[in-house]
Design a protein around this ligand. Structure first.
Ligand code: UFG
Length: 332
């Protein structure tokens, strides 16, 4: 039987596909290539190009393949974009989940691992954030994913589709062998932008705000390596295969790094000066987001291999410095 990876051409999805293939698993990738890259899809996975909102397309995939479980990465994930285009997020993310769950129900597929996010918590009441803390998103991206979590809950109650929602904090890094990595167009995330400045592709980093309620005034985030994240998904599939109940897990390192600290760490790793300037706050940014990830460690048995941001940045630098134009497949 195969694992269907929706969004398997994207940044995190492609690392998951690579890990599954390494473990000898049959993998079917579904992706509309709106933000993903054909070249990022592992050659041993079977690829269907199409959209998760397209019911006929999904039915044809489920009819053709023997799918055991779904891992769902096919969503938009840029916080500032979601502030400007909220309906784009509800359409693709939330709407896509409706179609996917309906197709799973009709084809008797009963397990799903879902890319949720720290953005579902909004402004946390206390740090580190626990899975049981209130979920009150402050941006449409977080809201779209919270609705997706709720839909899975009710699909479980009604149809017995069990789920694991993995609430990621800030994902960074690349596969250490340098074959796949992060390539968004346009890029908005802190680590790849810092890498682009280090490469000389951008003049400087703009640090969005230094008057937040944090030790150095810049936002604090919890960075997780993309391969550690892929491993957590594999453990979540095992958790569901063992018949366990649906639930959510935070995935973070439990240590926060400020934007200024990330910049300093990147200067050390790359040996480049990486010029930076202060810029106004970006809408939708909470002061600090740091996870309590005890449950993922204790219940799933997750053991992240990259617990130092320098090591995470090192793999990102390896990818960016060897792929200055990313996958180099964008339309002119
Ligand atoms: N930042 C800058 N300058 C930049 C880019 C980012 O200062 O050029 C700052 C942001 O303001 C923020 C921090 O770097 O303070 C991290 O920003 P990212 O855009 O890299 O990541 P976000 O924290 O906004 O969001 C990421 C994921 C979301 C997820 C969230 C949870 O993109 O999907 O982490 O922590 F929900």
């Amino acid at each position: 039987m195969s694992i269907l990876v929706a969004g398997g051409a994207g940044y995190i999805g492609s690392h998951m596909v690579a890990r599954l293939v390494e473990q000898g698993q049959d993998v079917v990738v579904v992706d509309n290539l709106s933000t993903g890259h054909r070249k990022a899809i592992n050659a041993q996975a079977k690829f269907y190009e199409g959209d998760v909102r397209d019911r006929k397309f999904l039915d044809s995939v489920f009819d053709s393949e023997d799918i055991d479980a779904v891992v769902h990465f096919a969503a938009f994930s840029i916080v500032p974009e979601s502030m400007e285009k909220p309906l784009k997020y509800f359409d693709n993310n939330t709407g896509g989940m409706i179609t996917l769950l309906e197709a799973m129900h009709d084809h008797d597929v009963k397990k799903i691992v879902f890319s949720s996010t720290a953005a579902t918590y909004g402004v946390p009441e206390s740090i580190p954030i626990k899975e049981t803390d209130p979920q009150e998103p402050i941006n449409p991206y977080g809201e779209s994913k919270l609705l997706m979590e709720k839909m899975m809950h009710w699909a479980d109650v009604a149809y017995g589709i069990r789920f694991v929602a993995l609430r990621y904090f800030n994902v960074a890094g690349a596969k250490p062998d340098g074959t796949i990595g992060e390539d968004h167009g346009p890029e908005t995330h802190l680590v790849p932008i810092i890498m682009q400045v280090a490469q000389g592709k951008r003049d400087e980093l703009s640090i969005f705000g230094d008057d937040y309620d944090t030790p150095d005034g810049t936002n604090v985030r919890d960075y997780v390596h993309v391969m550690d994240l892929a491993d957590a998904h594999i453990l979540a599939l095992k958790y569901l295969a063992e018949g366990n109940d649906s639930r959510a897990f935070n995935l973070g390192s439990s240590t926060g790094f400020s934007n200024k600290q990330m910049l300093e760490a990147a200067r050390e790793v790359t040996g480049q000066p990486i010029p930076a300037k202060l810029a106004p706050r970006r809408p939708g940014d909470p002061d600090s987001l740091v996870a309590e990830s005890k449950n993922a460690r204790e219940i799933l048995g997750w053991k992240p291999q990259f617990d130092d941001v320098h090591d995470i940045i090192k793999t990102a630098w390896q990818w960016h410095s060897t792929h200055p134009n990313g996958y180099d497949d964008r339309q002119a």
